[in-house]
Design a binder for this molecule. Structure first.
Ligand code: S3P
Length: 171
């Protein structure tokens, strides 16, 4: 792909398993951009996500997550492609930082994510009833994703090549 320059961070938001990390890293690679991922940074610094939930709980996880997101989006950093964990947008400080970013909501439906989440053990919020909990989580968060998004990428039924091209064309 052609090299590209960003004026602001390009931030991918959306529900669990919507493909934020995959698309973000591929897009960055293709266009010669830096890439960062909030879950990855969190795990590097604080250990596996299920362990954080077990030992500290969701509230503490959100605080750690907000801190890592703030570090990734810090003012003065060269603009990068940044993928956020699905719940990172719940933090009001993060919401404020996103006002200065180009925010893309990766929309997706339960049929498309089902095969990705049914055997998932890495997402504590899906434990026990992945499909039911994923659906309820998106029902609650959809208004937040929509409010924060500058652009919406409907990922349903699209190949990875199509998604890469559509994201480029959206910008
Ligand atoms: C979460 C999403 C996960 C991870 C954690 C909590 C959420 O990231 O941050 O399990 O609250 O939606 P993905 O969006 O990559 O699944």
């Amino acid at each position: 792909g052609e090299p590209m320059l960003l004026r602001r961070h390009l931030v991918l938001i959306g529900p669990m398993a919507s493909g934020k990390s995959t698309l973000g890293s591929q897009f960055a690679n293709r266009h010669g951009l830096a890439f960062a991922d909030s879950d990855k940074r969190l795990v590097e610094r604080h250990g596996p996500i299920p362990a954080i939930f077990t030992s500290l709980g969701e509230h503490a996880f959100r605080e750690l997550e907000a801190r890592e997101v703030a570090a990734l989006l810090a003012e003065g950093k060269p603009p990068a492609v940044v993928s956020l964990g699905g719940g990172a947008i719940l933090d009001t400080g993060t919401q404020q930082l996103l006002a200065n970013c180009t925010v893309v909501f990766l929309d997706i439906d339960v049929d498309t994510v089902r095969p990705r989440i049914i055997k998932d053990t890495g997402r504590p919020l899906l434990a026990g009833d992945p499909v039911g909990r994923w659906t309820e989580s998106l029902r609650q968060r959809r208004p937040v994703y929509e409010r924060l998004a500058d652009l919406v990428l409907d990922t349903r039924g699209k190949s990875q090549q199509q998604l890469l091209a559509e994201l480029k064309n959206l910008l």
